[in-house]
Ligand binder design. Structure first.
Ligand SMILES: NC(=O)c1ccc[n+]([C@@H]2O[C@H](COP(=O)([O-])OP(=O)(O)OC[C@H]3O[C@@H](n4cnc5c(N)ncnc54)[C@H](OP(=O)(O)O)[C@@H]3O)[C@@H](O)[C@H]2O)c1
Length: 324
């Protein structure tokens, strides 16, 4: 019976994962690390977790200690910086070598955009494949999730690491999620100050997306794999890219504009074709203009199968009631 601690346990991905894990393995002790001020009994009931620990990702010593005390650590909280994963790794490394640490880290396929600025589909762009170790070795710190992926991959020589890398995660309506997750947040908070939902050029560039239920199913599989015993191969052979389906940016922008208009957030229900420079601030405009091309051959070999409907079919329900 492995003990599991989940960071980001109240999140869009973390909460359904904790619930699904307790459903699949009611006898595994699961601890939720949260920063919520809600009463402990309420959190335990809503997540189904056995223990609640309150803390921030900046509490490195606390995180290190909890990581050391548990058999499996899951980071569903943050992949953009080294917090909290550096402290998690430090704790796992201090474990007795006989009970080697096990870390499951959630990354994101924003790493793999082609940085095209034309908004067009590019058939020459690299398709990143999780079964090619050279693709995983090419991950670096300047990528969207590189600040966390690189230390996790490097820690793979001391502890058993697994990285699960979904693309934009959607499907909150299927699990009655009270929030929209980071993927939708990036898109809606980009559109709001612009006053429109942008797409670049002809909008044929593609975005990869992953339904939260497909992701959670696979996370349970990986957790069971980690619980079975020592990992085989190198850390570069335990990176899994997950995709439910790909959509063209123009189609994505068209549906998002309808939703945001219906919620009273934008004056028009139509998206706007713009040049790259007008597609938003900072890194998000790169996402909007580029292609995100991934192939999860390794995940598929381990049983990943996309079963859920497309984001275009879900977005209206997903964003109907959550705060935008
Ligand atoms: N959603 C996507 O489209 C997507 C796509 C690819 C990868 N990912 C990755 O998957 C992971 C989960 O994403 P998500 O969409 O579930 O995010 P989310 O809904 O924002 O959840 C983040 C979780 O981390 C907690 N958290 C954030 N900052 C914290 C801090 N300083 N101290 C303690 N707890 C903190 C949040 O607590 P509160 O509940 O208190 O806010 C929440 O439980 C992230 O690493 C993300 O980059 C997400």
């Amino acid at each position: 019976m492995p003990s599991v601690v989940v960071f980001g346990a109240t999140g869009f991905v973390g909460a359904p994962y904790v619930r699904a894990l307790k459903q699949a393995h009611p006898d595994w002790p699961v601890t939720a690390y949260v920063r919520s001020s809600k009463p402990e009994a309420e959190l335990k009931a809503s997540l189904g977790a056995d223990n609640i620990i309150v803390g921030d990702f900046s509490d490195a010593e606390k995180i290190k200690k909890i990581s050391k005390e548990n058999d499996i650590v899951v980071n569903a909280g943050n992949s953009f910086t080294e917090d909290p994963v550096a402290a998690i790794i430090a704790g796992q490394k201090e474990k007795n070598p006989a009970t080697k640490g096990k870390l499951i880290h959630i990354s994101g396929a924003g790493n793999f955009i082609d940085f095209g600025t034309s908004g067009k589909f590019n058939s020459e762009s690299k398709v990143w494949n999780d079964a090619k170790e050279e693709d995983i070795k090419a991950i670096h710190k300047e990528m969207f999730n590189g600040q966390s992926d690189v230390p996790v991959l490097e820690a793979g020589s001391d502890i058993d690491t697994y990285i699960v890398c979904p693309s934009v995660v959607y499907g909150g309506a299927s699990i009655s999620a009270p929030t929209k997750g980071i993927g939708y947040m990036l898109l809606t908070s980009n559109a709001k100050p612009l006053g429109y939902v942008p797409y670049v050029g002809d909008g044929t560039a593609v975005l990869s997306t992953c339904h939260v239920l497909d992701l959670v199913d696979f996370l349970i599989k990986i957790t069971e794999r980690a619980a079975e015993g020592p990992a085989e191969g190198t850390a570069y052979s335990r990176y899994y890219m997950l995709e439910t389906s790909r959509v063209q940016w123009k189609d994505m922008a068209t549906e998002l504009a309808k939703v945001m208009h219906a919620r009273g957030l934008l004056p028009s229900s139509e998206p706007k074709a713009v040049p790259f420079e007008e597609a938003g601030e900072g890194e998000v405009k790169h996402l909007v203009a580029a292609n995100m091309l991934i192939k999860g051959d390794r995940a598929a070999a381990l049983g990943f199968k996309a079963k859920q409907p497309s984001i275009l079919a879900q977005i209206h329900e997903d964003l109907k009631e959550v705060p935008i």
